[in-house]
Structure formats: structure tokens, C-alpha cells
Design a protein around this ligand. Sequence first.
Ligand SMILES: [Zn+2]
Ligand SMILES: [Zn+2]
Length: 289
Amino acid sequence: VVIRVRKAGVCATDLEVIRGYYGYQGVMGHEFVGVAETGRYQGQRVAGEINLSCGECAFCLKGMPTHCPTRTVLGIVDHDGAFADYLTLPEANLHLLPETLGDDQAVFVEPVAAAFQTLECIHISPHDRVVLLGDGRLGLLTAQVVSLTGCDLTVVGKHERKLSLAEDWGIDAQFVDDIQANSADIVIDCTGNPGGFADALEWVRPRGSILLKSTYHGLPEADLTRVVVDEITVIGSRCGPFPAAIKALAQGTIKVGSMIDAHYNLDDGVAALEHAATPGTLKIILDVV
Ligand SMILES: [Zn+2]
Ligand SMILES: [Zn+2]
């Protein structure tokens, strides 16, 4: 399906693409809202899942298309992305957007879906003590999703402004130094840097779980003996369910308005990416139409 892009979001992965970590050449961008120009959604606003899978391999047939070994990925692996007037995606990847969901909010569907994947990968009970490490884009979205479980959640970060956003949403927020060792049932690492895993290992209790949410370049230096001796479960989590994200954003359950730092025209894309790479920046949106 040909899609006319209306808006696109810049995310940490885009900044990694620029640094060459994925060896990608092509049009960047994977978070977008657009209007389908062909197919059964013609003329309607859509968001799109970013993995283009073969549909025929063992993983696709098992219902795991995001793990298809020959998949391409919008704006990341061998498929031109959303920082453009038009993009293409298979119809099966598209999700219609309700009128109650504004374009700015809709740009967040893909990262909010990734945040919801947390709940697919680990059961979080209202009795659990959860520490979420990282107050960046993905951390703040994941914190909002996790807080829906009613658990005892603390977001841990380094930036006063970002932590105060979490507090505005009713989520407890603290600086990194204030967390006690062995105190959390579950630690979720959204830092995007290798040091996060070592911190998570320090804070999780014996037989607790660590959920790794963000990718990073480089290898963590961490005491894996602690994983064995204290019987700690380590889980990875990536792309997630779009319908849940669309519903939560349309209902206003997940709030993103205060995370938008600036809008740029597509013509000013280079400046937009430079702004996104500035420390402390949350979401930068490219206005394409
Ligand atoms: Zn992203
Ligand atoms: Zn496949």
C-alpha cells in the first residue's frame, strides 16, 4: 500500500542508524501517521507495523512474524522509511486510526506498542515492586504502561525535567542513587546503554526478573554469576501490539503531549535530527504534509 506520510517521529533507533550501527542505507524513520492512497484503507488514516515478514517461514507460520529471519524493517533494515512524502507497507501491517486520535498522538503508536510488549513478556502483579531504569522516550512510555498494572512503580533517571513529567502522571520518580540494592521484584531497563544491566542486577531481589527493553551498542559489563546464584530471570522485549497502543492513546490513558519538544518541516530534517540528538530531548516530530 502506498501511504502519504503526514507526520513522523524521531526515536533513539534513528540516532543509532545515523551512527551506522545497523549498516542501513536508505530513507530513515519508522514512527509515522499517514493516509493510505491505495488498497482497502484508501483515504483513511493509518499507523503501520514496521516489520515486513515473508509469511512462509517457520517463525511466520508460528505467529512470530517479528522474528522472521528474512524480514526487512521500515527505515531500519532494507526498506525505505517514513522521513519522506510517501512510504509503502503491506496492507497486513496497517491499522486504522480512530478520529479521536490526533496526528501528534498517532506518531507515538509504534513506541507505545513496544511499551505494551512489556506486559506480553512478563506478568506484573499489583503486589510487585517494580523499578524502571531510564527516563528517556521509551522509559517514560513504558512507565505509563506498567503503571496501569497498579504495581509499586518507581522510575529512575538522571534528568529532573523528565522525572517531573513522570510525577505529573502520578508515577513515583527518583534519581539513580536513591535505589536500594536487592529491593525490586522486577527491574525494567530502558536506558539504552550497557551500564543499565549492571544497575538492574544490583537492584533486583533474588528470584526476581530483569526485563531488557532497549537496544544499545557495545557489551554490558555485568556479574552474570549473580544471575545464577540468585536465580534471576532475564527477559528481552521488542515490538508490540498496535491495537492496545491505539486504544490507550485515543482514550488518553497514555499521555504523550508533554513529551513533544518540537516540530520541524521535513525540509529541515537534518536540524530535526540534530535537535533529537541533543541530550535531554524527548520527542521531535517531523511535519511532512
Ligand atoms: Zn523507534
Ligand atoms: Zn518469515
